[in-house]
Design a protein around this ligand. Structure first.
Ligand SMILES: Cc1cc2nc3c(=O)[nH]c(=O)nc-3n(C[C@H](O)[C@H](O)[C@H](O)COP(=O)(O)OP(=O)(O)OC[C@H]3O[C@@H](n4cnc5c(N)ncnc54)[C@H](O)[C@@H]3O)c2cc1C
Length: 136
């Protein structure tokens, strides 16, 4: 059974600058389950060979195994902020997900069947009680 979820992000926007850029086949399989793999492959650069050069000479070569039946390349390059945008759009398409930018969690206390949260929001401090394990 799908449960409602509230996602809090202290940030006000997608990450500035890229951290992750190489996503593995396994990451893509997981991203496919949440419906963003097509957008990743549409804009990404897939690869399976890597070479390192020192003073013009190749000193290392990596070859990642790839089979014709594999759904995805061993690695695909996409800057992290694009992936964040694709995941955010997927959240927006889900009525059960309430995504809140600019909400910094300052305290979390797990109780029996619920949790007490405190966060700093753009409107000021908020104290909320959320039920655990689904349902509102
Ligand atoms: C230099 C570098 C290179 C990397 N390269 C790769 C790569 O090539 N491939 C790869 O797969 N992975 C790579 N990674 C790892 C990848 O970036 C992380 O695995 C990924 O970002 C983790 O995602 P996350 O959503 O768990 O955490 P994050 O992306 O760190 O997101 C956590 C979010 O929570 C927010 N937050 C923090 N505290 C609070 C709070 N109290 N209240 C509300 N929000 C809060 C933060 O602002 C942030 O937006 C790299 C990481 C680094 C640092």
């Amino acid at each position: 059974m799908a449960c409602p979820a509230v996602v809090l992000s202290a940030e006000l926007q997608f990450s500035q600058g890229s951290r992750a850029i190489c996503f593995t086949r396994r990451s893509m399989e997981i991203l496919q389950q949440v419906g963003v793999a097509d957008r990743m492959t549409a804009g990404g650069l897939p690869w399976r060979f890597g070479n390192s050069f020192y003073r013009g000479q190749r000193v290392f070569r990596m070859e990642a195994p790839h089979d014709d039946d594999d759904r995805f390349f061993p690695i695909i390059n996409v800057q992290q902020q694009f992936l964040e945008e694709y995941l955010y759009d997927a959240c927006q398409a889900q009525p059960l997900i309430d995504f809140r930018w600019g909400n910094k969690l300052t305290q979390l206390e797990q109780k029996d069947g619920h949790a007490l949260l405190e966060s700093i929001t753009p409107e000021g401090p908020l104290c909320a009680r959320e039920r655990l394990g689904g349902g509102r």
